[in-house]
Design a binder for this molecule. Structure first.
Ligand SMILES: NC(=O)c1ccc[n+]([C@@H]2O[C@H](COP(=O)([O-])OP(=O)(O)OC[C@H]3O[C@@H](n4cnc5c(N)ncnc54)[C@H](OP(=O)(O)O)[C@@H]3O)[C@@H](O)[C@H]2O)c1
Length: 314
């Protein structure tokens, strides 16, 4: 099978020919239709985060995939060949950027009938990070919550899904992005947009109950815009996140978001999709062999929504 693989940290992924993998007893094999790029893919490949997120090498990168099951392990009862599924492969695995991938059956989710394979590849990692950051860390009530929510990085992979999830809950959502993405994030549910490229853009901004930072991990610039009793969460946590998290006297909760991929949360995203409350914005498509170009585009920091790899056709 065709697969993109890098031999070691720091090396570019190259197209290689690998044997089609056999599923273990609790795994399914998926004929991959599409994958999507997440910044963690190229961060891990660089080796710069190997101490916290090591990867076996050689490595077929990629955690998100959609496709059709073509073989099931002997103990798998929940799926059969022909099922349309998507998955965020657990961190110990990767392997999405190949024509076939074996994945743990208990992380795979059958697609809603109306979900296309591109959306299915776009949603898992970024969508669950958006969902868990809002629901579990910031404690937004998905069943109804009218509080003021700020999403920083509202046009990115995680942010554009966070905007929609918060808006679907009933929140008053404000997005931070550059002016070129203002119309997009409004169309996703932002009542207002702060264009961070404009001087004085924070003048007169009313305080927020919840702030979800999908760009950086330092709450300092935003603390004055968070109400007492409010909260800040970052999916890019750094030393500043943990320093502020330790300050129990500020009256403002600061917390990191660390994704725990799981099938029930993926199914929650699928339900929102089926109800018409969540869609994936797709920026660009690349072929499988173009993975390095797709990573370079992701590294630019300018992606609007998700970057898709067309594995079956590319
Ligand atoms: N902790 C976890 O478990 C976890 C999970 C998923 C992702 N992450 C991390 O979260 C980060 C975001 O991931 P992603 O997939 O959303 O990235 P992404 O899609 O590459 O984000 C790109 C977006 O960021 C926006 N942006 C860049 N600088 C900005 C700024 N100063 N203010 C506001 N928006 C800005 C850009 O909008 P403009 O072009 O308009 O500036 C662009 O639309 C990554 O670092 C990723 O590694 C962590």
């Amino acid at each position: 099978m065709r697969a993109m693989q890098y031999p070691d940290y720091g090396a570019e992924p190259k197209l290689v020919d690998l044997p089609v993998p056999e599923p273990g007893p609790t795994e399914v094999r998926v004929r991959v239709s599409h994958t999507s790029v997440n910044p963690v893919d190229w961060k891990q490949a660089s080796g710069k985060i190997r101490l916290v997120m090591p990867q076996p090498r050689p490595c077929v990168p990629g955690y998100d995939l959609s496709g059709i099951i073509d073989a099931v392990g002997e103990r798998v009862k929940s799926f059969t060949a022909g099922d349309r599924v998507h998955i965020r492969i657990p961190m110990s695995g990767a392997g999405a950027n190949a024509e076939y991938a074996v994945v743990p059956a208990d992380h795979a989710v059958r697609l809603p009938d109306t979900m296309d394979m591109v959306t299915a590849a776009a949603l898992p990692l970024a969508g669950m990070t958006a969902l868990q950051g809002l629901r579990d860390v910031l404690q937004l009530d998905l069943d109804g919550d009218t509080r003021r929510v700020l999403v920083i990085g509202a046009s990115g992979g995680v942010g554009h899904l966070a905007v929609q999830i918060a808006a679907a809950a009933g929140a008053e959502v404000v997005g931070v992005c550059s002016g070129r993405n203002a119309d997009l994030v409004r169309s996703l549910g932002c009542r207002d947009v702060i264009d961070y490229t404009q001087p004085g853009c924070w003048a007169g901004v009313a305080p927020f109950d919840l702030v979800y930072d999908c760009v950086a991990g330092d709450p300092s610039p935003y603390l004055e815009y968070i109400k007492r009793g409010g909260a800040y969460a970052s999916c890019m946590p750094g030393p500043a996140t943990f320093l502020h998290a330790a300050n129990v006297f500020s009256g403002k909760r600061v917390r990191p978001v660390l994704l725990h991929g799981n099938a029930p949360d993926l199914a929650t995203l699928d339900k929102l999709f089926a109800e018409g409350k969540l869609r994936a914005v797709i920026d660009r498509h690349f072929g499988l062999a173009e993975l390095p170009a797709a990573w370079a585009y992701s590294q630019s920091g300018r992606a609007r929504g998700k970057i898709i790899i067309d594995v079956a056709t590319g």
